[in-house]
Design a binder for this molecule. Structure first.
Ligand SMILES: Cc1ncc(COP(=O)(O)OP(=O)(O)O)c(N)n1
Ligand SMILES: Cc1nc(C(=O)O)sc1CCOP(=O)(O)O
Ligand SMILES: [Mg+2]
Length: 210
C-alpha cells in the first residue's frame, strides 16, 4: 500500500457549523486531532471559494495540516494546496495528474468497476462514497456499508478514505472493515464541541489501529 499517514479527515460545510465562525470550528477540529482538511463549500461562487481557500490555507499552515480542495483544480493550484478531491462528475484524475503530478489526489468510488480504471490507478487515495447514507450529501449512487468497504479493500491496495454518516459510534467498525482514514462533516462541524468530537473520533480510530 502507498504511504498515507492521515487518519481523520475533516470535510468542511459551513452550513453544518450551527452559525459558528467557520475558521474557529476548523481550528478546534485540528486541535482535537484532525490531520487533513478538505474545503468543500458547494454554495460559494468561484471568487468567494478562492478567498476562503486562501484564508484556510493560512490557518492550516500554522498547524502543518495539508489542505485538499474539492472539485476546483485551479483554486487548489493557485493556493498552493496539497491536493484535490474529485468524483465522477469532475475533472478526471488522469487529467489532474497530467497537469499537476505532485497533487495529493482523492477520487470517489461509487461503482466497483472504477477500481480497475486508470483513474483509480493514478489517484493517491480512494473514497468509499458513501459508507452510510447521509443527509449532508444525498446525490450518491451506492451505499457501500461495512461489507462494501471490505469488498473494495479486497480489490485494491490504495489507501481507503471512508465517508458518509461516520461518527464516534461506528468509527471503530469502519476502520476494522478496512478503511485507513475517516472523513467527516457533521460529526465534527455540528458537534457542540468540535475539538472534543475530533479527539473522540481519533481515539476510536487509534483503539483499532494501535
Ligand atoms: C473525502 C471525500 N470523499 C468523497 C467526496 C465526494 O466527492 P464527489 O463525489 O466529487 O462529490 P462532491 O463532494 O463534489 O459533492 C468528497 N468530497 N470527499
Ligand atoms: C462530502 C461527502 N461525500 C460523500 C460521498 O458519499 O461521496 S458523503 C459526504 C458528506 C459526509 O457528511 P457527513 O459526515 O455529515 O455524513
Ligand atoms: Mg466533486
Amino acid at each position: 500500500m502507498q504511504a498515507f499517514p492521515y487518519k481523520l479527515y475533516l470535510v468542511t460545510d459551513e452550513r453544518a457549523c450551527l452559525g459558528r465562525n467557520f475558521f474557529d470550528v476548523v481550528e478546534q477540529a485540528v486541535k482535537g486531532g484532525v490531520d487533513l482538511v478538505q474545503l468543500r463549500e458547494k454554495q460559494l461562487d468561484d471568487a468567494a471559494f478562492l478567498t476562503k481557500a486562501l484564508r484556510l490555507k493560512e490557518l492550516l499552515d500554522r498547524y502543518n495540516v495539508p489542505l485538499i480542495i474539492n472539485d476546483h483544480v485551479s483554486v487548489a493550484m493557485q493556493t498552493g494546496s496539497a491536493g484535490l478531491h474529485v468524483g465522477n462528475s469532475d475533472t478526471a484524475p488522469a487529467q489532474v495528474k497530467a497537469q499537476w503530478p505532485s497533487c495529493l489526489l482523492g477520487y470517489s468510488i461509487e461503482y466497483l468497476q472504477q477500481l480497475q480504471t486508470v483513474q483509480a490507478q493514478v489517484s493517491d487515495y480512494l473514497a468509499v462514497s458513501p459508507v452510510f447514507a447521509t443527509g449532508t450529501k444525498q446525490d450518491t449512487v451506492t451505499v457501500w456499508g461495512l461489507e462494501g468497504i471490505a469488498q473494495i479493500r479486497s480489490q485494491t491496495n490504495k489507501p481507503l478514505v471512508a465517508i458518509g454518516n461516520i461518527n464516534e459510534q461506528n468509527a471503530a467498525a469502519v476502520i476494522a472493515a478496512g478503511a485507513d482514514c475517516l472523513a467527516v462533516v457533521s460529526a465534527i462541524c455540528s458537534a457542540e464541541n468540535p475539538a472534543k468530537a475530533a479527539a473522540q473520533l481519533r481515539e476510536a480510530i487509534e483503539q483499532v489501529t494501535k
